[in-house]
Design a protein around this ligand. Structure first.
Ligand SMILES: Cc1cc2nc3c(=O)[nH]c(=O)nc-3n(C[C@H](O)[C@H](O)[C@H](O)COP(=O)(O)OP(=O)(O)OC[C@H]3O[C@@H](n4cnc5c(N)ncnc54)[C@H](O)[C@@H]3O)c2cc1C
Length: 343
């Protein structure tokens, strides 16, 4: 058992790195444990423009914008109809979002945490500290060892295929297309690749047949696939409870979201900050109340968006996710945002 740290942060993704950075800047002795991401999931993830004020407050904005991520100018979606409808970032008060080089983004945040005084190490061992923050992602590895359990909203999986982007492919949007057994999205990533993702349920025929799509296929027809398609978990859910004696969970370890929302990274950044504040104040009840509010808003919006796709009322994928939208909901006024504007 080693000691000498006030806080051990397990997991150096967005939530863990921001948490470690804020704690270290507040004078805490922080050990940030990152075992190295297994596999190479790069989901063509986008960071919504709403991340701008947070990155500014953390003093990271200038360096982030110089780090080679691609501007994202909104989304186009065939959702509720076979034809594509657009949502332009020009209508977003924060401006455009970003198509991330995810490994680079994570390394950037970890380096910022280390520059702030956190000590970086490998996997979580038997370190002792006053507090442990579990930021290990959906696995919630530490919290589950401490007796917490995950409650899953669905059992979604994502089948991810990377392509060498077509020469002249300068598309700066994310394209979303609903189909009978799930939905597809595709986006370019800064490395010159285009990522195509099929989100479905594991009990449905999940063969990756991009040629069956009406819109996505047009962006990768003739492009060389890079390696085989990879299947990754995409389940939404939460941890019960969010915290315990001298530990709390942050980011996906606390709550993971439907990939349709494209809000996981943004919420993980804010969650890392909130977790650090909870450790500093000791007020874990306020922290849990904050997470409950985020989850309630997310769940409401998720139902609303799934309710707007009614072309396959009997198909299990949609039946499992649909409900009647409340009075006054106008999908056209909301758009599908940055994939979709939840919350
Ligand atoms: C198909 C798909 C598409 C998505 N698209 C988007 C999108 O467009 N925009 C968006 O914002 N979000 C998106 N997300 C969600 C996003 O990927 C997550 O919400 C985000 O990565 C959560 O950050 P985190 O820091 O909580 O966890 P993670 O990013 O999962 O980081 C956890 C870290 O902990 C480390 N770790 C795990 N176990 C241990 C251990 N025992 N010891 C030490 N380290 C450990 C891992 O290596 C990892 O680096 C998508 C998710 C999926 C599945």
């Amino acid at each position: 058992v080693t000691s000498g740290y006030d806080v051990v942060v397990a997991g150096g993704g967005p939530a863990g790195s921001v948490c470690a950075l804020v704690l270290a800047r507040a004078g805490a002795r922080v050990l940030l444990c990152e075992r190295g991401r297994r596999g190479t999931f790069g989901g063509g993830e986008s960071l919504p423009a709403a991340a701008r004020p947070l990155l500014r407050d953390l003093g990271l904005w200038e360096a982030f914008t110089a780090d080679g991520h691609l501007p994202s100018y909104g989304s186009r979606s065939a959702w509720g109809a076979a034809s594509l409808a657009g949502h332009a970032a020009v209508f977003d008060p924060y401006g455009h979002g970003w198509l991330l080089d995810r490994p680079r983004f994570d390394a950037f945040l970890r380096a910022a945490a280390v520059a702030s005084g956190a000590v970086l190490s490998g996997g979580v061992g038997a370190e002792s500290a006053c507090w442990t923050v579990d930021a290990t992602g959906r696995t919630a590895a530490v919290a589950r060892r401490l007796g917490a359990r995950r409650v899953e909203d669905d059992r979604a999986v994502a089948v991810v295929q990377r392509y060498a982007a077509a020469p002249g492919d300068v598309d700066a949007t994310t394209l979303v297309e609903a189909v009978r057994d799930g939905w597809w999205y595709t986006a370019r990533v800064p490395s010159g690749e285009r990522v195509v993702v099929y989100v479905t349920d594991p009990d449905l025929p999940a063969s990756y047949d991009v040629s069956s799509t009406r819109h996505v296929f047009g962006l990768v027809a003739g492009c060389a696939p890079l390696g085989p398609a990879v299947r990754v978990p995409a389940r939404a859910g939460r941890l019960v409870p969010y915290s315990g004696s001298a530990w709390l969970a942050a980011g996906d370890a606390a709550q993971s979201f439907d990939p349709l929302s494209s809000q996981g990274i943004l919420t993980a950044l804010f969650g890392g900050l909130a977790a650090a504040e909870a450790v500093l104040s000791g007020d874990v009840d306020a922290y849990a109340a904050r997470l409950d509010t985020v989850r309630a808003t997310y769940q409401r919006n998720r139902l609303l968006y799934y309710a707007t796709e009614d072309r396959w009322p009997d198909a299990p994928f949609w039946r499992r996710r649909r409900s009647v939208p409340p009075a006054g909901f106008e999908p056209a006024a909301h758009g599908l945002g940055n994939r979709c504007s939840i919350p």
